[in-house]
Design a protein around this ligand. Structure first.
Ligand SMILES: Cc1cc2nc3c(=O)[nH]c(=O)nc-3n(C[C@H](O)[C@H](O)[C@H](O)COP(=O)(O)O)c2cc1C
Length: 174
C-alpha cells in the first residue's frame, strides 16, 4: 500500500484546492491511500519556537515522515504561493522529513503560473523531488465544482486518477 499526504494551501471552506485533494482521496485507485493533512493550526514560523512542542507541527512532521509522497495543491495569491503553505514549508525546512520526498503538484488554475513556478523553486531548494509526470493543471477556477462535483466530472476525474497512478508508480519504484 502506498500512502500519500496531501496539503492544500487554501484555508477557505469552499476551496478548489482542498476540493481537488478530497476528490483525489475519493478516487484513489486500489493500493493507494491519500490522507489530507492540515496546515491551518501551525503558528507563524519563528525560528525561536523551533525547540518548543507544537502539536500541529509534530503531527504534520509525523504524517510526512510516514508518507511515500506529498501532494500539494495551492492557490496563487498576488502572484505568490499562499501564505499558509509557505508558512508550513518554512516550518519543514529544518526537519528531516521533507528532503528527498517525492512531490506531486496540482494546480487548479491554468492562469496561476507565478505561484507554481515559485513553489517549484521552494520545493527544489528544500531538496524535495518533484515528480513532473505526475504534476497536473486542472481548470477548476470558476467551475463551481466541489469535491463531489469533481469526482462526478468524468473528464477531470480521469486526469486525477491517471496522475495519482503515475505518482504511485514512481513512488513504488523508489
Ligand atoms: C487575495 C487574493 C489574491 C489573488 N491573487 C491571484 C493571482 O495573483 N493570480 C491568480 O491567478 N489568482 C489569484 N487569486 C485567485 C485565487 O487564486 C483563486 O480564487 C483560487 O481559487 C483560490 O484558491 P481556493 O479556491 O483553493 O481557496 C487571488 C485571490 C485572492 C483572494
Amino acid at each position: 500500500m502506498i500512502h500519500f499526504l496531501a496539503l492544500s494551501g487554501s484555508l477557505c471552506k469552499s476551496s478548489y484546492n482542498t476540493a481537488v485533494l478530497q476528490a483525489m482521496a475519493t478516487l484513489a485507485p486500489d493500493g493507494i491511500a491519500i490522507q489530507i493533512g492540515s496546515i491551518a493550526e501551525l503558528p507563524l514560523f519563528n525560528p525561536d519556537l523551533e525547540d518548543q512542542p507544537i502539536p500541529a507541527l509534530e503531527l504534520l512532521r509525523s504524517q510526512l515522515q510516514q508518507a511515500d509522497g506529498l501532494i500539494i495543491a495551492s492557490p496563487e495569491y498576488a502572484h505568490g504561493v499562499s501564505g499558509p503553505l509557505k508558512n508550513a514549508l518554512d516550518w519543514l525546512v529544518s526537519g528531516t522529513e521533507f528532503p528527498y520526498k517525492p512531490v506531486m503538484l496540482v494546480n487548479t488554475s491554468p492562469r496561476a503560473s507565478h505561484a507554481l513556478a515559485s513553489l517549484r523553486e521552494i520545493i527544489t531548494t528544500m531538496s524535495g523531488q518533484i515528480v513532473e509526470p505526475a504534476c497536473i493543471t486542472v481548470p477548476l477556477l470558476g467551475s463551481g465544482l466541489d469535491a463531489h462535483g469533481i469526482v462526478e466530472n468524468q473528464a477531470i476525474a480521469e486526469v486525477l486518477v491517471d496522475a495519482v497512478k503515475t505518482f504511485g508508480e514512481v513512488c513504488r519504484e523508489r
